[in-house]
Design a protein around this ligand. Structure first.
Ligand code: 3PG
Ligand code: CO
Length: 555
């Protein structure tokens, strides 16, 4: 069993308030007109970089540094916050699914056997994000699953697609649907009745998160389960092309549609006796749908019908809720997180963000675990996000409100650690609206300043970092770093995250003058932050954590 007691740090004093600020989607990149952090007014963050060379550095936030399959995998909030909180690098969902598919083990596991029980008379439904973004799902994994399922007895398959345009370029949905259609055609040639049954844009259909807007999930339910949607098409390629041609349409927000046969009948509603797999490996945007598919008692919206199905997630999405109860691949076992250690060593912890990022500094930070470790010592505050808008319409989001709450918590004297996520750079960056992203970055900078002012007042310490890049580069580039032009000679807006490193800054009156960043950890990444924070609370980090970024000098 775990020894939770952390030894005292020999050189760093205890009992300082530590403010941990995560700027979501805030990477470091060259000065450039498409770098919204550079072109926005961000005087506070700029001053940290300029004024404290030993207390500002860059750390890796993508690829193997956060447990992703390759160095071409951009970072994301799930793996980023997991690494920040857990202090170790775990092979993440993307990688675990790759292994399970490559070895074929996925088809021998309990989860697959469970859905296989329906193959005799029922349909296999696959629901999920259709792209090669690698953040929530991957097309090649879906392809392998389709192939394997048909080889293992699935005779009737329906795919319910969610178009992306957020982890990949807007407009790329058409190509992904064409690829999938070709695969399904191949399966049909082999005698499998395989079709796309419904679709919609990920931000408007199904993939809400943290219960921000259940209507999003309901729209998905209506199309996927009930076979009802405002738009009907004979083919998904046609659907996506037509719906994209509407003014202001984009992949992220396509309305829900269903595919119908010659008699105008939905080709693939979900009915009693069917099997369903949600193919996303990432949890946050599948948990709500998983609840709708699994929970007998459910009142978030009227499901109309609750079919008796065998449902499995690609992964189990919530270890605490054990949701869903069946899954194809076991999730990473992220245990002994820094949050749990610190609470068990008496650190009173306050965590806050607005809804769309709330679970990032709680659920993801704590190793994909919902709830408190010790409700007497912890308080998690969620500020409701605006609903029904795209965040370029309100680029300041709730930055000020988060700043206010954090400030209150710092000044209250009730907490030792105040941890927040400031979402603006990421959420507005994902809209691809450059002007709005600048406003977002400015607002984030102001919120950080508010929080750090409060830290100064109580003689505390701050740690400011980010989970991955986004706002620092808003254009698709070639290998040389020049903007890539499309066939019309136009730049291509990058809505996704990036491969860039992120800054980390430490400071505050409570930070002893002899503390600085180590010079010998050039390859440091997000996973090194947990030990750093534990040290700043006056403790030694657990031995198997990635090393702390800081050292004390004798001067
Ligand atoms: C999303 O879910 O919004 C994007 O796919 C990834 O963004 P995040 O990792 O910053 O949440
Ligand atoms: Co993001």
């Amino acid at each position: 069993s775990t020894d939770w007691k952390l030894p005292d740090h020999q050189k760093i004093a205890k009992n300082k308030v530590v403010g941990v600020v995560v700027l979501d989607g805030w990477g470091e990149y060259k000065d450039d007109q498409y770098n919204c952090i550079h072109t926005a007014e961000t005087p506070f963050m700029d001053s940290l970089k300029k004024n404290a060379p030993n207390r500002w550095r860059l750390i890796k936030a993508h690829g193997s540094a956060v447990g992703l399959p390759t160095e071409d995998d951009m970072g994301n909030s799930e793996v980023g916050h997991n690494a920040l909180g857990a202090g170790r690098i775990f092979a993440q969902g993307a990688k675990l699914v790759d292994f399970a598919l490559a070895s074929g083990k996925i088809f021998e596991g309990e989860g697959f056997k469970y859905i296989q029980e329906c193959f005799g008379t029922g349909t296999l439904h696959l629901i999920g994000l259709l792209s090669d973004g690698g953040v929530h799902s991957r097309l090649d994994q879906l392809q392998l699953l389709l192939k394997g399922a048909s080889e293992h007895g699935a005779k009737r398959i329906r795919v319910h697609i969610l178009t992306d345009g957020r982890d990949v370029l807007d407009g790329s949905s058409v190509g992904f649907v064409e690829t999938l259609e070709n695969d399904l055609e191949d399966l049909r040639k082999k005698g499998v009745d395989a079709k796309i049954a419904s679709g919609g844009g990920r931000m408007y259909v199904t993939m809400d998160r943290y219960e921000n807007d259940w209507d999003v999930v309901k729209r998905g339910w209506d199309a996927q389960v009930l076979g009802q949607a405002p738009y009907k098409f004979k083919s998904a390629v046609e659907a996506v092309k037509k719906l994209r041609a509407e003014p202001k349409a984009n992949d992220q927000y396509l309305p829900p549609f269903i595919i119908v046969d010659e008699n105008d009948k939905a080709v693939g509603p979900i009915v009693d006796g069917d099997a369903v797999v949600t193919i996303n490996f990432r949890a946050d945007r599948m948990v709500m749908m998983a609840k709708a598919l699994e929970y007998e008692n459910f009142d978030a919206f009227d499901r109309v019908r609750f079919p008796k199905i065998h449902y499995a997630g690609m992964l189990q999405y919530d270890g605490e809720l054990k949701l869903p109860s069946h899954y194809l691949v076991s999730p990473p076992e992220i245990d002994r997180t820094s949050g749990e250690y610190l609470v068990k060593n008496g650190i009173r912890t306050f965590a806050c963000s607005e809804t769309v990022k709330f679970g990032h500094v709680t659920f993801f930070w704590n190793g994909n675990r919902s709830g408190y470790f010790n409700s007497e010592l912890e308080e998690y505050v969620e500020i409701p996000s605006d609903v029904g808008i795209t965040f370029n319409q309100e680029p300041k989001m709730k930055a000020v409100e988060i700043g206010e709450k954090a400030k209150e918590a710092i000044l209250s004297g009730r907490f030792d650690q105040i941890r927040v996520n400031i979402p603006n750079g990421d959420m507005v960056g994902h809209t691809g609206d450059i002007e709005a992203t600048r406003v977002a970055c400015k607002a984030a900078d102001e919120a950080v300043k508010m929080i750090i002012d409060a830290i100064e007042q109580v003689g505390g310490i701050y740690v400011i970092t980010a989970d991955h890049g986004n706002a620092e580069d808003m254009v698709k580039r070639n290998k040389a770093g020049d903007p890539l032009l499309d066939k019309n000679g136009k730049i291509q807006i990058l809505t996704s995250h990036t491969l860039q490193p992120v800054p980390i800054a430490i400071g505050g009156p409570g930070l002893a003058p002899n503390i600085r960043f180590r010079q010998d950890l050039a390859g440091g990444g997000l996973a090194n932050v947990a030990a750093t924070v534990i040290n700043l609370h006056g403790f030694e980090a657990p031995k198997d954590y990635e090393p702390s970024l800081i050292e004390t000098t004798d001067s």
